[in-house]
Design a protein around this ligand. Structure first.
Ligand SMILES: [Zn+2]
Length: 133
């Protein structure tokens, strides 16, 4: 899909602030996060619903999501990290990884939060990458 933003990220036509990438998925910081340090795990195939992915892609993407959740808890001062599949905003499979902080709970009926500048996102990406090592 030529107008799909997540396909552009997957193909490298637009470069998000990336934490992890392989042949099946890309993980990057959400520029409009609900919580500080939110990432998105996006499969590289243009399939809308994550539950319609072939089993090997599905399993792989959720295994990567698990690693990112662990990295999020290690990198940030979280009480826990949530994993969320809504699929309501972009019609291309993605999993939201939401770091949760004491007393700060996101409103999940809101799809996104205020824009965060790239310097902050780059700093968060470095922390996550270090935690993934
Ligand atoms: Zn797409």
């Amino acid at each position: 899909m030529s107008d799909c933003i997540f396909c552009k990220f997957s193909k490298g036509e637009i470069k998000p602030i990336t934490v992890y990438e392989d042949d099946k998925c890309i993980v990057f910081l959400d520029k409009f996060p609900l919580t500080k340090g939110q990432t998105l795990v996006v499969g590289k195939k243009h399939i809308d619903n994550v539950f319609d992915l072939p089993d090997d892609d599905y399993t792989h993407i959720f295994n990567i999501a698990k690693k990112i959740v662990k990295a999020s808890d290690a990198a940030f001062d979280t009480i826990r990290t949530w994993l969320l599949v809504q699929g309501m905003q972009v019609a291309h499979n993605h999993i939201k990884i939401l770091p949760i902080y004491e007393g700060e709970y996101p409103n999940l009926t809101e799809g996104s939060g205020p824009e965060v500048n790239d310097d902050v996102l780059n700093e968060q990406a470095e922390k996550l990458k270090k935690a993934l090592e």
